[in-house]
Design a protein around this ligand. Structure first.
Ligand code: ATP
Ligand code: MG
Length: 189
C-alpha cells in the first residue's frame, strides 16, 4: 500500500444552487444497491422525515432483517410482488402486481406526503416490460419539487439515469456467492 500526504485543501467548491428533491439511482451488478437505499431511508427517518419504501420484487409477507427493524422503528415498507423468480409460474400475474404496485407508488410520490419514496428493485419490472418506462419517467418529472425518489436495481434504463441527479453504480469486485458461499441470514436477508 502506498502512503500519501493527507489533503490540506477543501475537495469541493461550495454548492451555489437551491435545495430540492433528488432522483437517486443505485444500479450495477455488485452488492449494496438495496442496502444503501435502506441506509438513506434510515437517515431521513432519523431526521423525522416521512419515508415510504416499496419493494417491487418482494412479497408483502417478507420478514427479512430490514422488515423486522423497520417495523420496530415505524418506517413503512411494502412488498408489491409475488416472489417472482426464474420458476415463476404466472408471468401475467407478476406483471399485473407490478402495475398495481406502481399505481400505489406513483400516488405516494405525487401526493407530496413523503419526503422520500424508495422504489426498490423497480428496474426489474421495467426490464421485463411489466411497467411502461414512460409512465415512470413522467411521474419523476411531475413530482412535487421537494420529494426525493430512490430507485434501485441492475441495468437501470438510460432514460432514468439521464433524468436522475445522483447515480451510483455498484461495481462487483468480488461476491462471496461466486466462491460458493450461500446466502446468509443477516447478510442477504
Ligand atoms: P443488497 O440487498 O445486499 O444491497 P443488491 O440490492 O445490490 O443487494 P440485488 O441485485 O437486489 O442486490 O440482488 C439480490 C440478492 O443478490 C442479494 O441477496 C445480494 O446479496 C445478491 N447479490 C448482489 N450482488 C450479487 C452478485 N454480484 N453476485 C451474486 N449475488 C449477488
Ligand atoms: Mg436489491
Amino acid at each position: 500500500m502506498q502512503i500519501e500526504a493527507a489533503p490540506t485543501e477543501k475537495r469541493y467548491e461550495k454548492a451555489e444552487g437551491e435545495r430540492r428533491g433528488l432522483v437517486i439511482v443505485n444500479t450495477g451488478d455488485g452488492k449494496g444497491k438495496s442496502t444503501a437505499a435502506f441506509g438513506l431511508a434510515l437517515r431521513a427517518h432519523g431526521r423525522g422525515k416521512a419515508v415510504k419504501i416499496y419493494q417491487f420484487m418482494k412479497v408483502p409477507s417478507a420478514r427479512f432483517g430490514e422488515h423486522r427493524m423497520f417495523e420496530q422503528i415505524g418506517l413503512p415498507i411494502e412488498g408489491l410482488g409475488d416472489g417472482f423468480s426464474w420458476k415463476s409460474q404466472d408471468l401475467e400475474h407478476s406483471a399485473q402486481l407490478a402495475r398495481d404496485g406502481w399505481e400505489k407508488a406513483r400516488a405516494a410520490i405525487l401526493s407530496g406526503a413523503y419526503f422520500m419514496v424508495v422504489l426498490d428493485e423497480i428496474t426489474y419490472p421495467l426490464i421485463y416490460g411489466w411497467l411502461p418506462l414512460e409512465g415512470v419517467l413522467q411521474t419523476l418529472r411531475e413530482r412535487p419539487r421537494d420529494v426525493h425518489v430512490v430507485l434501485t436495481g441492475r441495468r437501470c434504463p438510460e432514460e432514468i439515469i439521464e433524468l436522475a441527479d445522483t447515480v451510483t453504480e455498484m461495481k462487483m469486485v468480488k461476491h462471496a456467492f461466486k466462491a460458493g458461499v450461500p446466502a446468509q441470514r443477516g447478510i442477504e436477508d
